[in-house]
Design a protein around this ligand. Structure first.
Ligand SMILES: [Zn+2]
Ligand SMILES: [Zn+2]
Length: 229
């Protein structure tokens, strides 16, 4: 319910709110749109973000139960790339993960690939994002078993852009500081402040990615397909 004094969500106030990505798109995107060839899903996402919570998508009128004052709320776009629409979902997801946390140490591990692979990945996103996540999973499982004799746990999140908004596919992992011992099936903790050897992890991960990618390339060449250029 909207309280009579809360007018923050009215169309006018939302429009006058602090500048965000939709303002940047509205101001600049349409000037550069014709200069480049954007994929359809990108154009659609930009359009949705520009229209989100404006009159373009229509409005709904809500009436306060107490005072009868009416409030006009602009409709949201619901696009999965829209920061306004995803804010609540992101918060819910985060709360859920926090609820699931165990009373143990966790480690933040980031897996990145060299920029020289960006073009290859950009043109084969679906298949190579899958390979990237598979390599992350195998690396953590194999090293966990090899160095700790334990099955460790992790949450992996794919990011496709870096902080400067350039294309930079990488995977963030929250990894348990320990795991279930493969013999005793009991929990064992990793050493204080130390999970796994970083260089070994990096070498294993990169080796796996190159190996799987080459394998796909060979299969593609045999099929004379165009999955991997
Ligand atoms: Zn939206
Ligand atoms: Zn990131």
């Amino acid at each position: 319910m909207i309280t009579p004094k809360n007018k923050n969500n009215t169309v006018e106030n939302v429009r006058n709110a602090t500048k965000d990505i939709s303002d940047i798109f509205r101001k600049h995107f349409y000037k550069i749109k014709s200069k480049y060839r954007y994929p359809y899903h990108v154009l659609r996402a930009v359009e949705s973000i520009c229209q989100c919570r404006t009159n373009s998508l229509g409005t709904q009128i809500y009436k306060c139960d107490s005072c009868g004052e009416e409030h006009e709320i602009a409709m949201s776009c619901g696009n999965r790339h829209c920061p306004k629409c995803q804010h609540e979902k992101r918060k819910d997801w985060l709360d859920k993960q926090i609820d699931r946390m165990l009373p143990i140490d966790y480690f933040h591990v980031v897996f990145t690939l060299p920029d020289s692979l960006n073009d290859l990945i950009l043109h084969n996103q679906k298949i190579l994002y899958g390979v990237l996540l598979k390599c992350v999973k195998e690396t953590l499982i194999e090293l966990g078993r090899d160095r700790m004799r334990a099955d460790i746990g992790a949450i992996a999140i794919l990011h496709t852009w870096g902080q400067n908004l350039s294309y930079h596919p990488h995977v963030h992992c929250v990894v348990t500081g320990g795991g279930i011992n493969v013999d005793s099936k009991k929990w064992i903790s990793s050493k204080k402040g130390y999970l796994l050897p970083v260089e070994v992890m990096s070498t294993l991960f990169k080796g796996k990615f190159l190996s799987y990618t080459k394998e796909l390339q060979q299969k593609s060449t045999k099929r004379q397909g165009k999955d991997i250029p």
